[in-house]
Design a protein around this ligand. Structure first.
Ligand SMILES: NC(=O)c1ccc[n+]([C@@H]2O[C@H](COP(=O)([O-])OP(=O)(O)OC[C@H]3O[C@@H](n4cnc5c(N)ncnc54)[C@H](OP(=O)(O)O)[C@@H]3O)[C@@H](O)[C@H]2O)c1
Length: 336
């Protein structure tokens, strides 16, 4: 069967279309005919070998996928699933790890996964929309709803809001009823953020983040909950944005991180954390319930996944190059 592979770390030239054996599902597993998969910010990191994680090679990229049930492992209790049913795959597989990271990913025609990792795709939701959701949208739900517990009327600063996680954070925060300040890397992406509902947009290339955010949300004052600042910063960028974020958080504000696209060991300034009684929290992964809820929201027309482009998987090099060049808004989806 067809698969996208890379045998060693490097750039997009390492990606090639190969032929690998179709997997035999084990007991308790379903065989899924993948119809759509999607790239995430971590795919270029895995390809480049820049995370410090050990990636077993050859590797198949893509953590996100949706497809049809094509069969079951011997003796499997199908638990209501039938051949032909449409399913999204929860990409963290018990004992195997994350697809595209520790385990071969979903840019492949068939994947065998435990039945418990399947989430039913409701009528009316396309494979492309379902494949756009798991990693980025699932993570955004965890950060906004379960960790930061963003409340109506709050002001939220979302850094790097133009990626898959960020676009969903903007959508969720607007649904909750917050004021959103979002950063993006180019004029066309800032326009897309405004169209998505962001109240204020700031260039992520600016070195004046603190001044610009304080110009919108006001200046935080020591021990003064009624002074300015943002209530929440969503920061998976790290790098130079870390201390700047501490400087714009309101007294008792919260900052949530799920990653560090621009560097995981930035300097910090502990004075802000104690003086302004800030809460810094981590967020990792998603819940299966969160994924099912996202699918229901899409089916009900309450959320439309932001898809940059849908392409056939043969064009993965183009999709990966765009992601590396920061020329993607939302999710890059590939069909098989
Ligand atoms: N822990 C978890 O469970 C989990 C799950 C999913 C994702 N994550 C992490 O969350 C982050 C976002 O994921 P994603 O898939 O949405 O990523 P993404 O789409 O690649 O990136 C998000 C945005 O970051 C900005 N960016 C890219 N490179 C940058 C750089 N060198 N410096 C500053 N900004 C840069 C880009 O925005 P502009 O070019 O518009 O500025 C991009 O749109 C990643 O760090 C990822 O590893 C963690």
């Amino acid at each position: 069967m067809k698969a996208v592979l890379y045998d060693r770390h490097g750039g997009v030239d390492e990606l090639y279309l190969g032929d690998v054996p179709t997997p035999d599902p084990a007991p308790g597993e379903a065989l899924i005919r993948i119809r759509a998969c999607a790239l995430n910010g971590f795919d270029p990191m895995m390809l480049g070998g820049t995370t410090g994680l050990h990636v077993p090679l050859p590797m198949i990229p893509c953590g996100d996928a949706a497809g049809e049930v094509a069969g079951f492992g011997p003796g499997t209790d199908a638990a209501g699933w039938q051949v032909g049913d449409r399913a999204m795959i929860d990409p963290i597989i018990d004992g195997r790890g994350m697809l595209g990271e520790k385990a071969p990913g979903a840019a492949v025609e068939y994947l065998a996964v435990p039945l418990e990792n399947l989430v039913r795709i409701p009528v009316g939701v396309s494979f492309e929309h379902a494949a756009a959701l798991p990693v980025a949208y699932g993570t955004a739900v965890r950060m906004i709803e379960e960790r930061a517990r963003v409340q109506p009327g709050e002001t939220v600063l979302i850094l790097g809001a133009t990626g898959g996680v960020g676009a969903c954070c903007v959508q969720l925060c607007k649904r909750i009823g917050t004021q959103v300040i979002a950063t993006g890397g180019s004029a066309w992406k800032l326009a897309r953020l405004s169209a998505l509902g962001a109240d204020h947009v700031i260039s992520s290339r600016s070195d004046e983040l603190v001044r610009l955010v304080r110009g919108i949300a006001g200046k935080p004052r020591y021990h003064d909950p009624d002074s300015g600042g943002v209530d929440v910063v969503i920061n998976y960028i790290g790098g130079t944005t870390w201390v700047d974020s501490l400087k714009v958080l309101r007294f008792r504000g919260r900052m949530v991180t799920c990653g560090a696209t621009a560097g995981y060991d930035p300097p910090t300034d502990i004075r802000y954390i104690w003086s302004f009684e800030q809460t810094i929290m981590g967020s990792d992964g998603w819940s299966r319930e969160g994924l099912a809820r996202l699918l229901d929201m899409v089916a009900a027309g309450k959320l439309e996944p932001v898809i940059h482009v849908v392409r056939p998987v043969e064009r993965i090099r183009t999709a990966m190059s765009e992601l590396m060049a920061r020329e993607v808004f939302g999710k890059s989806v590939l069909t098989l």
